[in-house]
Design a protein around this ligand. Structure first.
Ligand SMILES: [Zn+2]
Ligand SMILES: [Zn+2]
Length: 461
């Protein structure tokens, strides 16, 4: 008899068993008043608080709506039932297979980012639906390894090389088991399904390679120098140099530091750190034509990226990118994004005050005047805030140079941001890890490259 699975919140290395996880799929903040679920090919038990359990037959549709006192549930043409909570459970344990599970229509993916969209998702494990503050909440409860299969094929595509998928799986497992970030404390789930935590999109995109990567790394995690499971952050593209947790979140994480995303002894090590004085060379120097940086287009061609990215991502050159604003457009954006700059009439300047070792701006000052000519400086004090404010969606990264154009009288005419990478840049670089795998490097070496102070060890069977 396998031991009874414990929840992730009480899991520790001493537990030694695979934990279960509650993943928020539809959140209250999505503000959905109605949900449609499709029972897949296997019948399910529907348990509504205050009612006897019902059997849902394969391919039946369940409509759940929010009511004044909780939820209303219709199964096919039957109902409605009034309840405070709905659970859909399988009578027997199910194996995770591509496309198997309960279909949830219109799940929000990419919440608040430039790629936000709604997608249908098929979920393995149990489903719980609750009324939330502002909208319905849907939680998917499942064993950690089944969850990971849905993470590695959502973060990137299941078509990626096996060693990339294994490295991504180990890193995602480690980050989750570390459970060190205080997220969703007031929610009825442990982690959400999106970039806020880790992307998870159920079973639709599972590939044999992804299932193999989960199976072959089962229970394997990165261990920090202090013996704890590593809080292994990761991001899409570092741009050439990865960032420190201190620069992004203002904290130290034992075992997570900055690396140059290139082979040992590569000349690119001269960019560690990226500073104001080498930033222009880092962003546009001639070295880029021949570089062997793992996340650059010489290693992972832009044209091939579409094959390897997650389903919700847009294909672009994330390694080096340009965003251009006419001054008036940027002023509109700042008034809209910053309540404290609602009175902004003229933007004079943007200045990076501090950068992390990857060149990511961590403090940025906006120098502006209101309609009465009063001079104001508004400070953006994190890389997250900088990326959130300086783009209508979300800026790829804060590793950018500001290139202003001015009129003869010195007034700002336009601003070009020339940048590197996508994401906060801490820990494993996903496109870089893909590049390493495409170069034939195995998953353990990929993990060592991004977390040189950590080791790999099994933490449950
Ligand atoms: Zn989250
Ligand atoms: Zn990289």
């Amino acid at each position: 008899m396998p031991p009874v699975a414990s929840g992730i919140q009480t899991w520790s290395r001493e537990t030694g068993t695979e934990p279960t996880l509650r993943v928020g799929i539809v959140l209250a903040e999505d503000r959905l008043d109605a949900l449609r679920l499709g029972i897949g090919t296997t019948s399910r038990e529907l348990c509504c608080d205050g009612h006897a359990a019902l059997t849902c037959e394969p391919r039946q549709t369940i409509d759940i709506g929010r009511s004044e006192h909780g939820l209303t549930v219709r199964i096919g043409d039957q109902g409605p039932l009034a309840t405070s909570r709905v659970r859909l459970v399988s009578r027997k344990p199910l194996t995770v297979e591509p496309g198997l599970g309960v279909l949830v229509h219109g799940v929000v993916a990419g919440r608040g980012f430039h790629w936000q969209k709604r997608v249908d998702q098929t979920l393995a494990g149990n489903i719980e639906v609750l009324p939330g503050d502002g909208g319905i909440v849907l939680v998917n409860e499942l064993p950690l390894e089944d969850y990971l299969a849905g993470v590695i094929t959502a973060e990137m595509s299941g078509a990626c090389p096996a060693d990339f998928l294994k490295a991504q799986c180990v890193v995602a497992r480690s980050w989750l088991l570390a459970m060190s970030e205080p997220k969703h404390l007031a929610d009825p789930f442990d982690r959400c399904n999106d970039d806020c935590c880790q992307r998870y999109q159920g079973t639709d995109d599972l590939s044999p390679a992804a299932l193999g990567a989960v199976r072959e790394t089962r229970g394997l995690a990165l261990i920090a120098p202090d013996g704890s499971v590593l809080d292994a952050n990761y991001a899409k593209s570092c741009g050439g140099v990865s960032e420190t947790p201190r620069a992004v979140w203002g904290i130290e994480k034992p075992g997570v530091s900055s690396i140059v995303d290139a082979p040992e002894a590569a000349p690119e090590r001269r960019f560690h750190p990226v500073t104001e004085s080498n930033l222009a060379e880092y962003l546009d120097g001639e070295w880029l034509a021949r570089t062997r940086v793992y996340c650059c287009p010489n290693t992972v061609p832009v044209g091939a990226i579409g094959r390897y990215l997650g389903r919700v991502d847009e294909v672009d050159d994330y390694f080096r990118w340009t965003v251009h604003y006419a001054a008036t457009k940027l002023e509109d954006l700042l008034r809209e994004k910053l309540p404290e700059a609602a009175a902004l009439a003229v933007l004079h300047d943007l200045r990076v005050v501090a950068r992390g070792v990857s060149g990511r701006a961590t403090i940025l000052d906006l120098d502006w005047a209101d309609g009465d000519g009063r001079q104001v400086i508004t400070r953006l004090d994190s890389e997250y805030r900088i990326r959130q404010v300086l783009h209508r969606g979300f800026l790829y990264s804060s590793a950018f140079a500001i290139r202003p154009e001015r009129d003869a009288d010195g007034s700002l005419k336009a601003v070009t941001l020339r940048g590197a990478g996508w994401g906060h840049g801490v820990g494993l670089c996903q496109i870089g890890a893909l590049g390493m795998a495409l170069c034939g490097i195995d998953f353990a070496s990929i993990c060592r490259h991004y977390y040189p102070e950590s080791t790999l060890a099994p933490v449950y069977k």
